[in-house]
Write a protein that binds this ligand. Sequence first.
Ligand SMILES: Nc1nc2c(ncn2[C@@H]2O[C@H](COP(=O)(O)OP(=O)(O)OP(=O)(O)O)[C@@H](O)[C@H]2O)c(=O)[nH]1
Ligand SMILES: [Mg+2]
Length: 329
Amino acid sequence: LRELRGQLAELVRRHNPLPSAYCDSPGRIVALVGAKNAGKSTYIAVLLHELMNRVGTELDASLVACDDRTIERYKRDFARPLLEERRLLPTTASAATSPREPLVYLLTRTRRNRFARARNDSLALVLFDTAGEDLRSREVTDLHLRYLEAADAVIFLVDPLELPGARPGLRDAVPAPRVPGEDPDSEPLNVIARVTDTLRGRHGTRPGEPLPVPVAVALTKMDALRPDLLRQSALHRTRSGAGVLDLDDREAVHEQVRALLHDWQAGQLDTYLGQQYADHAFFALSALGGVPEDGRVGAGGVRPHRAEDPLLWLLYRFGMLDGVRPEGE
Ligand SMILES: Nc1nc2c(ncn2[C@@H]2O[C@H](COP(=O)(O)OP(=O)(O)OP(=O)(O)O)[C@@H](O)[C@H]2O)c(=O)[nH]1
Ligand SMILES: [Mg+2]
């Protein structure tokens, strides 16, 4: 593992014109995984934009790229096409043909204690945009995907449009993607099982023993669900709490997503995660905030809903964000 981290650090350093101490803060590698077309690249584009803007302000946090390659790649491959030109992102090419480099940022939060004394907490955030294509087989142990072994946290994206049981809950306007169940290799359970095997390789745990890596499991594209399904639901309201994690809201969302998965005959996913991981949490989000048309973002532009939630939970787990229970106050 140390060797792998060394390789990653080297990869980052190679293009790094900034003072090398700059990003030496403890780094957390967050692997973003999910089947092909689950919404990973779109999510990265939107999440980073949210952290640099609205959510960054809310958290009193700055997000700064650690190397010029990251700045350039984020602009060229994510922000410009999706956020400026409002074009949907292309399918991510397999790491076998175009080697993946991570996006590396330093997230620094200023927190004040009771005596208003400020303290800065930093975290180097290393984000990998995996190609769904590369998670279709057991070859994930392939050199290009070795970083998965080094992950400190996993964000696992699940596209509800691909869950056969969810079809009746979709808006009429949403076109059927493919015949669900057509490609068993891309089923969420099979994708997460491959990632889990890879993580087990590193942790050396036995199959019955839960893995310590926190896993945030998020349903993407929630804008495609029928509005009546979500009315009265924690998934529909906007997140409460500013600069903190509202633990009551967190539990409500987790339970509702669990219930949805069970309704949609995808309860296996919940069972499996519970067996394999010490800590998994469910989320529901929309990166775009609306159904795209003709390869473009909908008329209102990109309007994310709760896109930051998984990261806030991870920050909480990493000790960089306080959890509160508003009810109990
Ligand atoms: N309705 C809706 N559709 C979305 C959203 N995010 C992504 N999509 C759709 O999903 C498609 C795939 O999104 P990507 O982000 O490219 O998916 P990916 O997981 O990176 O796919 P690979 O790179 O092939 O692994 C997009 O082209 C959109 O059509 C969303 O928030 N809402
Ligand atoms: Mg992609």
